[in-house]
Ligand binder design. Structure first.
Ligand code: CA2
Length: 152
């Protein structure tokens, strides 16, 4: 459906709010989902909110979002950001806006986190806003969709 935003979360994000609050805050993934649903409602987007610890499953979901004509994808690929050519290829292969989100500022952490395989093929990337980055990404997708409508 054209108005559905796929919000895809990668490995270990199911543990959000249980450890490392100084890095990731105290919100849980359920809180992130609530925030996304509230924000999406303002823009009349439907939400598919998912999390997996398996790389190939994220690839399948990216293909699904494209096949079903989603409005866009917001993806926090977790540590696969820094390692996965398969995710990069999947993002590059689909013809819908993909926004990369990270809760923490990946550029202010260990050097291995500074490289994202996703950023060069994403429409936009956000990091360091905590879980608000997800809401900002939804707002950004809505802006992109409006601009597309006006210029189409
Ligand atoms: O900042 C982000 O959103 C990250 O994508 C989170 C990933 C990390 O590997 C990326 O470099 C940056 C890790 C998610 C794991 O989150 C946990 C949360 C609480 C306890 C343990 C893991």
């Amino acid at each position: 459906m054209a108005s559905t935003v796929y919000i895809l979360n990668g490995p270990n994000l199911n543990l959000l709010g249980t450890r490392e609050p100084e890095v990731y805050g105290r919100a849980t993934l359920i809180d992130v989902e609530k925030l996304c649903r509230e924000t999406a409602k303002h823009h009349r987007f439907e939400v598919e909110f998912r999390q997996t610890n398996h790389e190939g499953e994220i690839v399948d979901w990216i293909h699904e979002a494209a096949a079903k004509g989603g409005a866009g994808i917001i993806i926090n690929p977790g540590a696969y950001t820094h390692t996965s050519i398969a995710l990069r290829d999947a993002v590059a292969a689909v013809d819908l806006p993909v926004i990369e989100v990270h809760i923490s500022n990946i550029f202010a952490r260990e050097s291995f986190r500074r490289r994202s395989h996703i950023a060069p093929v994403a429409k936009a990337s956000l990091c360091g806003f905590g879980i608000h980055g997800y809401a900002l990404a939804i707002d950004g997708l809505a802006k992109l969709a409006q601009t597309k409508e006006r210029t189409a």
